[in-house]
Design a protein around this ligand. Structure first.
Ligand SMILES: *[C@@H]1O[C@H](CO)[C@@H](O)[C@H](O)[C@H]1NC(C)=O
Length: 200
């Protein structure tokens, strides 16, 4: 099913459903491509220094992997790849969409959103001050605990974060099982998540 290729290029290589044109790859032959067989979905962040994080559903483990790269792939290099979300927490039947948002530069928080096997809108949170991730079914700080249900057939998701001097607003857009013909947002300005279908 998966086409495995080794290319003498510096770029991180995405096989499976991703299609990478040879012409778009770098030509630095000093490094081999790092194999990253993403199943379906990914999202990424970058900071002003170029530091980059990519979150994708790992085709082997079926969980979500967090990949760290020092910069844009033409000048950056692989740092680490860590298993972030175990496969048992990630929807498999329809692949889980993944969306990530952050605040701070350098980041003070990173929030990764995805869908659980029971279609619950789920969240993992990284906090710089403790350099730890929290997540999973028992994470009360996470959106997961609110139990919002994503449409079983929808693979759509976005995440946004904005900060002002007084508050941070987190927004997650998805297709709700309850209102499946429109985009719904859940919004959190610091006192919990509020559900809001798109209104005229
Ligand atoms: C999938 O995750 C495993 C365990 O963390 C890791 O060793 C492997 O490199 C990942 N695979 C891909 C294709 O990224």
């Amino acid at each position: 099913m998966f086409l495995v290729k080794i290319l003498p290029v510096v770029s991180l290589f995405l096989s499976s459903y991703s299609y990478v044109s040879a012409a778009s790859l770098g030509t630095n032959s000093a490094n081999l491509a790092i194999g990253v067989a993403g199943v379906s979905n990914m999202d990424a962040l970058t900071s002003s220094t170029g530091e980059t994080r990519v979150y994708y559903q790992n085709s082997t483990t079926r969980g979500i992997t967090a990949l760290s790269v020092t910069n844009a792939f033409n000048v950056g290099h692989f740092e680490t790849s860590i298993p972030l979300v175990p496969s048992g927490e990630v929807r498999q039947s329809v692949p889980s969409p993944i969306a990530v948002a952050s605040i701070g530069d350098p980041w003070t928080e990173i929030h990764v959103f995805f869908v659980s096997p029971t279609n619950i809108l789920s969240e993992y949170i990284w906090t710089a001050s403790t350099n730890t991730w929290q997540g999973g079914p028992s994470c009360t700080a996470c959106l997961t605990s609110d139990g919002y249900i994503v449409s079983t057939s929808s693979n759509m998701l976005y995440a946004l974060a904005t900060t002002t001097s007084t508050c941070t607003t987190w927004r997650v857009g998805f297709v709700s099982a309850g209102v499946s013909n429109t985009i719904t947002e859940v919004v959190n300005t610091g006192s919990g998540w509020i559900l809001a279908p798109l209104a005229a």
